[in-house]
Design a binder for this molecule. Sequence first.
Ligand SMILES: [Zn+2]
Length: 438
Amino acid sequence: MIQIVALRQSHFCRNSQAVGKVAFGTQPYAWGARRCKVLGKPITVGRTCLKGPVMTQHSPVDPVALTADLIRCNSVTPAEGGALIRLEAVLSEAGFDCVRVDRGGIANLFARWGKRGANKSFGFNGHTDVVPVGDLSAWTHDPFGAEVVDGWMYGRGATDMKSGVAAFAAAAVDFVRATPPDGAVVLAITGDEEDVAEDGTVALLDWMAANGERMTHCLVGEPTCPNLMGEMMKIGRRGSMTCYFTAEGVQGHSAYPHRAKNPMSALVKLLARLEAAPLDEGTAHFDASTLAITTIDCGNPATNVIPAKGRATVNIRFNDAHSGASLTAWLQAQATAVQSETGVEIGVRIKISGESFLTPPGPFSALVAQAVQAETGVVPEYSTSGGTSDARFVKDHCPVVEFGLVGRTMHQVDERVEVAQIGALKAIYTRILQDYFA
Ligand SMILES: [Zn+2]
């Protein structure tokens, strides 16, 4: 019977004694140099001491197997599906303190190795929920089967982002076992990023603030690379907001439009104005803001009736030249102008999904970029492109960047991940942890 013993800084192998500094990789660890009293051999940092059949090394956590386990959990938001339960089992077995921070019917998992509130607390953030499979008959593989064909693993969440979560969980477990850091490693994993995200990462951050938990820096493991592993990391995100217009005029006969007030005409006029000029030309770290008309509706079944009411929706992705408040004021002013010109009453309702944010390039982004380059040979571009992510919440808590896999098939039918890239991602996350605590 082999008993497995994990080495920690606090309770190192009892059969060892300190012998001074040893090098692990390029980083010396003062605490890590030990010599096994039984075997008389130096113990490299990260190795356990073998005393006959009593102690052996933990086998590393296989991020590919863990990804497959997670894909097999049907966790379409808001279902937990067993994914967080699986992660909690892996993490608590490795000595992480785990707390389920469920709120509003959403399951969330907080896990910390090391001291609460430590001055150096590296955080990983990610989600185990997935978007619906869509047209099941269009899938060539079971979306919850994790089948591997020609080196690719298929399934909903394969790239967004069960592989990312598995990679950082595996990296965190192996890192704290191999080289217990002077500080803490925190994992904040939510069951709702894909839907409204009101009780997901926000709930975790609220709970952390109320309980003396912290992350000094955070990496979100969302897929960030467009085509090639390593080519892009995110140092910020554009903001996102949706504006719902309602127009109320006077119904009438289409042969006598002067006797009616056509709400659709007013909406067309308003939307044309909103689209007429670009919002900006882009800023130092951001592409130009965009405005897209996403719906125009009145549900009118008759061709000879001018409707009384109409609705339209625009979605704006905005950079740091704007805020949700400044754009709200602009939209409101445009609507008021068209209202006074047409006599059609225009209502404005705004939903701001997230403000834009930027973690300015500095030592933290450089550390992540260097780890990516060291493992992949590719220098990642600092980007703020794409949609929103939970980094928009984390940014209020600590500096945050995002790095993850190639995300080409996310949310698609036959979502898949190249199996070899899961291990590569774990290696990058491991190197980030090593460098952060060096
Ligand atoms: Zn995602």
